[in-house]
Design a protein around this ligand. Structure first.
Ligand code: KIV
Length: 299
């Protein structure tokens, strides 16, 4: 991989933060205002998540339909704006399942065409081999276990993972395998807090919880969820820090009312012209033969 641009948060600093017990903050981002706001708020990592399928592209309750091209477009937009935060390109369903070779070639696209600093992929099993191959190609990988939305059907729906001792143990083993494969960090989604805390203690790489409880080294939430832009049912792990959908609706309703009533635009939002220039313009207009033709046309 090439040298990171100046000012970019280095991956080794994440491990240092873990050792010091400093929490690391990640949020999803899909466009340039979102990336700018997150950077201004001092967020460490921007995840261009495949949740874009739902929160940006309007697909219903699944991340599966989003394509590599769509994800590259969004990743490029975020990477163009982000300076300090690490930009994670989330590899969508179908972009890494088939073979290590295809996983590496798509990961390369995320870095070369999307401008991502690192990529993320879901699951263990074959994903361990994919992560290993991508890391060997020089691209850092973030793992993601627990509730992995791309394989929610196999998991029996959007359910908490690791609630039985056997499944919790499986998650521990998956986490260790992904660390050994070279992942630099791991997302734990919808996993009981006690299990995430044990995984976090066992690993040297940082963990990020999304419904993983307070024992993780960092947290990640979906931008639209935490800002109150998502409507309808939200998972238990989402905390809303604002209610922007209500504010946006109010603002758009006021705009529509003012356009219809003529209250907008007023003088304050319009451009004026020097009076003499205006008079000269009107006089010149009267002399234009075309104006008379037009008037005749409408008489
Ligand atoms: O796609 C995404 O936004 C994610 C987060 C939910 C971790 O994977």
């Amino acid at each position: 991989m090439s040298t990171p641009p100046p000012g970019k948060l280095g991956l080794p600093e994440l491990a240092v933060k873990k050792r010091r017990g400093e929490k690391i903050v990640m949020v999803t981002a899909y466009d340039s205002p979102g990336a700018r706001f997150a950077e201004d708020a001092g967020i460490d990592i921007l995840l261009v998540g495949d949740t874009a399928a739902m929160v940006v592209l309007g697909h219903e309750s699944t991340t599966v339909p989003v394509t590599v091209e769509e994800m590259l477009f969004l990743t490029r937009t975020v990477a163009r704006v982000a300076r300090r935060p690490i930009v994670v390109g989330d590899m969508p369903f179908g972009s890494y399942e088939v073979s290590d070779e295809e996983a590496v070639s798509n990961a390369v696209r995320f870095v070369k065409e999307g401008g991502a600093d690192v990529v993320k992929l879901e699951g263990a099993g074959t994903s361990v081999s994919r992560a290993h191959a991508i890391v060997a190609a020089g691209i850092p990988v973030m793992g993601h276990i627990g509730l992995t939305p791309q394989s929610a059907t196999m998991l029996g729906g959007f359910k908490t993972q690791g609630k039985t001792a056997a499944r919790a143990l499986e998650l521990v083993n998956e986490a260790i395998e992904l660390e050994r494969a070279g992942c630099f960090s791991l997302v734990l989604e919808a996993v009981p807090a006690a299990v995430s805390a044990r995984i976090t203690e066992l690993l040297e790489i940082p963990t990020f919880g999304i419904g993983g409880g307070p024992g993780c080294d960092g947290q990640v939430l979906v931008y639209h969820d935490l800002l109150g832009l998502t409507e309808g049912h939200l998972p238990r792990f989402v905390k809303r820090y604002a209610n922007l959908s209500a504010e946006i609706r109010d603002a758009l309703t006021s705009y529509a009312e003012e356009v219809r009533s003529g209250a907008f635009p007023d003088d304050e939002h319009s451009y004026s012209m020097d009076e003499d220039e205006l008079a000269e313009f009107e006089a010149a207009l009267e002399k234009q033969p075309r104006i008379h033709d037009l008037r005749r046309l409408y008489e």
